[in-house]
Design a protein around this ligand. Structure first.
Ligand code: GTP
Ligand code: SPV
Ligand code: MN
Length: 618
């Protein structure tokens, strides 16, 4: 029949069979696979080769299992929709742990448990957790296989949905395994189970998962154990767990940075190119800025990355950036033909997995904001009939599209360069209705790190829990720093010691989400953010005018190009306003935030806060 029987290496695997049939001689890997099969007791062990044929077979199986619905190939070729358990729709920050040897090294922003205790708990949960299922072994690399020191990982999972998604998000399969074997390289073992073993004869459900979820990182051991969830950042372990949490620890030890950032390339009308990275919290506009369609004449944007950026200083003291991912796992709602046509074109090429979107009657997908016309009838993400008069959104607010990055027409060719690109500017941004201006240039590098360290944003549907609550989110990394947050800020200050000071990127704070008195957005956002990028570039070139405020430099009233926009200089003035009352409250918030760091807050940053207060006091 349809099963992946033919390429299976061992049926009802004993650990021994799994190892004998394994396509590698890497001893640590073989030992780990053997040990994991013994613990989790899958029916079979399957080494993922990453081929198109294998992917087609797995997709067919997922369709048979009811996990995938095949979309109309005329609309979305080779694409599938999955619908999760309603209790498994986002990252679970409350259940995410950094289990360092010492509690102090996890810091106050992370959940911590003693690593031995946690291991014991996890071994209990993983014991037999893959019974009745296939255990997939996915060799993967984050970043370039040809990087100086390739960042290998191996995910073991009992979810075929995870395999098909990892194939989009990372470089996986035989090519990776062969290199890993040849180099006898280290790899991050990343163990994942949905935590839903099947008894003999038991009927599976479309989205197996467990009420109990644990997303656990052992930073010294550099390993990941994820139990109970099949969703995105909880289950695609190369992404947040490896490329941010574990990588941030590697970066601390090795003198580089792993960040929650997009990378874009900007070409000016004078044909000069600039590379910019930007850190915004989850569901706060990275994918949209990275794929921006400029609304101003002569400016061109190309994409390098939309979620994760690894940065290191090069030989000449320049800051270089690469995107370690191979796909987009983008927020679907709000992604539309008018707001983000480049994402829509990439999605329309197919080869995508959609999760928790709505289905149209002709076998396509839909979500809020995709088209101006709302379909008269849909099947919503929970499988119910939906019409425009329905009370609930058709797509879950954290519905996602998973699409290969090379389907983006505007992908910059430098994406393929393992050396990455030299950054000219770094943006920090959040979702704030008040207080934070549209754009502010920091006074200098340290002041820019202060801006990043005090970044704040309203919470979104990307994580389970309340939405719209303002919280501090340093460098947009709050849920992703794999160690003590104060040490993380110190690391930012320390690595820049490697820089040629003249080549340090300039740092800016942005806020596309400020509201006017009548409740509307103070700035149109999306493609019009190119106008803010233009001002930023002109600042780098010493051309655009700015007004000094206590928090930094904001655009002079006429300095933002409003050509073709229905906005006036007075509107911009409102959007960049620094309101003394709002900032009095903000300073209190920052003060409280900094107090939580205790001893580990770098003195440079408390000095920055002190000087900011002084500037407001005069
Ligand atoms: P993660 O993938 O969760 O890390 O998120 P992201 O930062 O890539 O967020 P994304 O670009 O997907 O944006 C999330 C939401 O913000 C979408 O609903 C967008 O429509 C909305 N959004 C993005 N950019 C803008 C903007 O400039 N203005 C306004 N008003 N909304 C925006
Ligand atoms: C985020 O939440 O920041 C994401 C989505 O990019 S997830 O992969 O689920 O973490
Ligand atoms: Mn993200």
């Amino acid at each position: 029949g349809d099963s992946v029987r033919q390429p299976l290496l061992a049926d009802r695997a004993t650990e021994h069979d799994a190892v004998m049939a394994a396509p590698t001689t890497h001893r640590e890997l073989l030992a780990w696979v053997e040990e994991t099969a013994a613990l989790t007791q899958p029916d079979r062990v399957y080494w993922v080769n990453g081929s198109a044929e294998e992917n087609a077979q797995l997709s067919d199986e997922l369709v048979s299992a009811g996990t995938f619905k095949r979309l109309n190939p005329k609309l979305f070729p080779n694409s599938f929709a999955a619908f999760s358990d309603p209790a498994d729709v986002a990252r679970v920050e409350e259940q995410t742990f950094i289990c360092s040897q010492n509690e102090r090294d996890a810091g106050f922003t992370n959940n911590w448990m003693d690593p031995d205790k946690m291991k014991e708990k996890l071994r209990g949960l993983f014991a037999g957790s893959m019974r009745g299922r296939t255990m997939y072994v996915i060799p993967f690399v984050m970043g370039h296989l040809d990087a100086q020191s390739p960042k290998f990982g191996v995910e073991i999972t009992d979810s075929a949905y995870v395999v098909t998604s990892m194939r989009i998000m990372a470089t996986i399969g035989t090519e990776v395994l062969d290199r890993l074997t040849e180099l006898n390289a280290e790899f991050v073992p990343a163990l994942h189970s949905v935590g839903a073993p099947l008894e003999p004869g038991q009927q599976d459900v479309a989205w197996p998962c467990n009420e109990e979820k644990w997303i656990v990182h052992f930073p010294e051991e550099r390993s990941i154990w994820s139990f109970g969830s099949g969703y995105g950042g909880n289950a695609l372990l190369g992404k947040k767990c490896y490329a941010l949490r574990i990588a941030s620890v590697m970066a601390r030890d090795e003198g580089w940075l792993a960040e929650h950032m997009l990378i874009l390339k900007l070409t000016s009308p004078e044909n000069k190119t600039y590379y910019v990275s930007a850190a915004f919290p989850s569901a706060c506009g990275k994918t949209n800025l990275a794929l921006l369609d400029p609304t101003i004449e002569g400016w061109k944007v190309e994409t390098l990355g939309d979620d994760i950026t690894w940065m290191r200083f090069g030989k000449e003291g320049e800051l270089r950036a690469v995107n370690p991912e191979a796909g987009l796992f983008g927020v679907a709602p709000g992604t539309g033909w008018d707001t983000n046509p480049n994402a829509m074109r990439a999605i329309a090429k197919g080869n995508s997995v959609f999760t928790n979107v709505a289905l149209t009657d002709d076998g396509g997908v839909w979500w809020e904001g995709m088209t101006e016309d709302v379909p008269a009838h849909l099947m919503d993400w929970q499988g119910n009939d939906w019409t425009p008069s329905s009370d609930n959104p058709a797509a879950h607010p954290n519905a996602r599209f998973c699409t290969p990055i090379d389907q983006i027409d505007m992908l910059a060719e430098e994406f393929n360069d393992p050396e990455g690109v030299e950054l000219s500017a770094i943006l920090f941004g959040g979702r704030r209705k008040t207080t934070v201006p549209l754009v502010t240039q920091s006074r200098d590098w340290t002041n820019g790190i202060f801006m990043g360290s005090t970044l704040s944003s309203e919470t979104t549907a990307a994580a389970a829990g309340a939405v719209g609550r303002v919280r501090r989110d340093p460098m947009a990394m709050l849920p992703f720093i794999g160690y003590d947050a104060g040490d993380y800020l110190s690391h930012w200050l320390k690595v820049s010691g490697q820089a040629d000071q003249a080549r340090l990127p300039k740092i800016f704070l942005v806020n596309w989400f400020r509201r006017t008195a009548d409740g509307g957005f103070a700035w149109p956002g999306f493609g019009d953010n190119s106008r803010v990028l233009k001002w930023i570039i002109e600042r780098l070139e010493g051309q655009a005018d700015a007004v000094e405020t206590p928090i930094g430099y904001v655009p002079a009233p006429d300095a933002i190009d409003l050509t073709g926009l229905d906005l006036t200089a007075a509107d911009v003035e409102q959007a960049v306003r620094v309101d003394a009352d709002e900032w009095a409250a903000e300073l209190e918030g920052i003060e409280q935030w900094y107090q939580q760091f205790g001893e580990s807050l770098p003195a440079e940053l408390s000095g920055e806060l002190q000087r900011l207060k002084e500037r407001f006091a005069v």
